[in-house]
Design a protein around this ligand. Structure first.
Ligand code: G3P
Length: 194
């Protein structure tokens, strides 16, 4: 139990670092939460027009999930799952921002990289195909996070597959405003200024 608790705290603290908020503030772009969708993630950072900052947000938000999962995995798969899940929850519900964090897609990819790296290719293929077809970041992520747990479970990833079922459900709930905008036809396309 102390190990699991340690993994949860380590993962949460790493995951709760809001890189999108920090980077945009450092770049003098103001508060990212008052731009576009108000989200702190890479998709919304791109709405500032700064592609490098958006890429850095994606990378760093992913790496915190990857680092948490990969480091903890040294103590076994359950430790990796616990730390990865905690990092994901840390991104979504950071104590520093009154538990109002992001939607978790970059961190989801990072945790996947840490626990089942080859399946990142599945995420990337689905996301890129959907993004090319629709130019919706949210829809691309919703479809990719639908496919990934199915592939994981079908490929025999067991506990990791179950973790991604849970993470997908949580991120869909976090995307509910995006889903409403998609249905209403008012969702912003990738790179569109908000
Ligand atoms: O999955 C992409 C999601 O993060 C959408 O972000 O800013 O369009 O709500 P945003």
């Amino acid at each position: 139990l102390p190990l699991t608790l340690g993994c949860l705290i380590f993962g949460y603290l790493l995951g709760s670092i809001p890189f999108g908020l920090i980077l945009t503030r450092m770049a003098g772009l103001g508060d990212i939460r008052s731009i576009g969708s108000g989200n702190i993630g890479a998709t919304n950072v791109l709405r500032t027009g700064n592609k490098k900052l958006a890429a850095a947000t994606l990378l760093l938000d992913a790496m915190k999930g990857a680092a948490a999962a990969a480091v903890a995995s040294r103590w076994g798969i359950e430790a990796g799952v616990a730390a990865g899940f905690a990092a994901f929850l840390g991104h979504l519900f950071p104590i520093w921002l009154g538990f109002k964090g992001g939607k978790g897609i970059a961190t989801y990819i990072g945790v996947l990289l840490g626990l089942a790296p080859v399946i990142v290719l599945v995420f990337a293929a689905v996301w890129l195909a959907m993004a090319k077809l629709t130019r919706y970041s949210s829809l691309s992520a919703l479809v990719a996070t639908l496919v990934v747990p199915v592939v994981l479970l079908a490929a025999g990833y067991g506990k990791i597959g179950l973790l991604f079922v849970v993470m997908s459900v949580i991120t869909w709930i976090k995307h509910r405003a995006n889903i409403q905008r998609l249905l209403a036809g008012t969702e912003g396309r990738i790179g569109e200024k908000g």
